[in-house]
Design a protein around this ligand. Structure first.
Ligand code: PGA
Length: 250
C-alpha cells in the first residue's frame, strides 16, 4: 500500500507568527487518518514548527532544500546533517525554482539526494517540464532524462526510500493545473521508469505526488487517479482552510 501524502510548500512566505498560526490550525484539525500531511516552512521556522507538530499523528515537517556538502565554508547554506540533527524527516530536493533561479543541475541534485539519504532524511524529489517542452510534446523524454540523471544513479533500495513530485513548471503558481489525464499520464510514465530500472516492487512503493496549482476545486479529481498518490501544494497551502480542504479531498 502506497502512502497518501499532502505536502504544503510555503516557499518564502509568512512571518513567524503567521507560520505558527497556520501550523496550529492544521495541527488542530482532524485530518484523515490515512493521509500523511507534510509542512515545509521557511528554514528559520522549521524547528519551532517541528516541535509544535511532532506529537501529532500523520503530521510532519520538511525542509525546502539542503546543501550537497556535509559542512564547510558555504555561507547561508544548510546541510542535510543539520536537519537530521533536529530530527527533520523530509527535505524537498530539486524544486523547479531551485533548478531555475539557483542553477541546480541534475548532477548537483544527485549529490543532494545522496547526502539527504545518508543523513537519514526522506527526499521529496521534484521533476517536471517547462511550457515549451510540453508544447513540443517532448515532456515524457524530458522528465525521463531528469530522472535518469538523478534516480538512475541510485540503487533500488535508495529509490524505494524517496518520494517523487511531478510538477509541470507551466502549472506552478499560474493557476493552470495539468488536467487529471495529463497528470495521470505522466505519473504512469514516472512509475514505468522506476519499474524498468528498479523493478515493480520499488515502483509500487514510491509515492508520486502531483504539484502545480492544486486547489480545493481540483484536488479530488487529481487524487482519484491510480498513479497520483498525493499533492505538493504551494499557494493553496498558505491558508489553513484551503489546505485542509485539499487534504479532505482524499
Ligand atoms: P503552486 O506551487 O501550488 O502554487 O502552483 C506548487 C509548488 O511549487 O510546489
Amino acid at each position: 500500500m502506497k502512502q497518501k501524502i499532502v505536502a504544503g510548500n510555503w516557499k518564502m512566505h509568512t512571518t513567524f507568527d503567521e507560520a505558527t498560526q497556520l501550523a496550529r490550525s492544521i495541527a488542530n484539525a482532524n485530518t484523515e487518518d490515512d493521509v500523511t500531511v507534510i509542512l515545509a516552512p521557511p528554514f528559520p521556522y522549521l524547528k519551532a514548527i517541528h516541535d509544535m507538530t511532532m506529537h501529532i499523528h500523520g503530521l510532519k515537517v520538511a525542509a525546502q532544500n539542503c546543501h550537497y556538502e556535509d559542512s564547510g565554508a558555504f555561507t547561508g547554506e544548510v546541510a542535510a546533517g543539520m536537519l537530521a540533527s533536529l530530527s527533520i524527516p523530509y527535505v524537498i530536493i530539486g524544486h523547479s525554482e531551485r533548478r531555475e533561479y539557483f542553477h541546480e543541475t541534475d548532477d548537483i541534485l544527485l549529490t543532494k539526494l545522496r547526502k539527504a539519504q545518508s543523513a537519514g532524511l526522506t527526499p521529496i524529489f521534484c521533476c517536471g517540464e517547462p511550457l515549451n517542452i510540453r508544447e513540443r510534446n517532448t515532456h515524457v523524454q524530458f522528465v525521463r532524462s531528469q530522472l535518469d540523471n538523478t534516480l538512475g544513479h541510485l540503487d533500488a533500495e535508495a529509490v524505494s526510500r524517496l518520494i517523487v513530485a511531478y510538477e509541470p513548471i507551466w502549472a506552478i503558481g499560474t493557476g493552470k493545473t495539468a488536467s487529471s489525464e495529463q497528470a495521470q499520464d505522466m505519473h504512469k510514465e514516472i512509475r514505468y521508469f522506476i519499474e524498468e530500472k528498479f523493478g515493480s516492487e520499488v515502483a509500487n512503493k514510491v509515492p508520486i505526488l502531483y504539484g502545480g496549482s492544486v486547489k480545493p476545486g481540483n484536488a479530488a479529481e487529481l487524487f482519484a487517479n491510480p498513479d497520483v498518490d498525493g499533492g505538493l501544494v504551494g499557494g493553496a497551502s498558505l491558508k489553513a482552510e484551503s489546505f485542509l480542504e485539499i487534504i479532505a479531498a482524499f
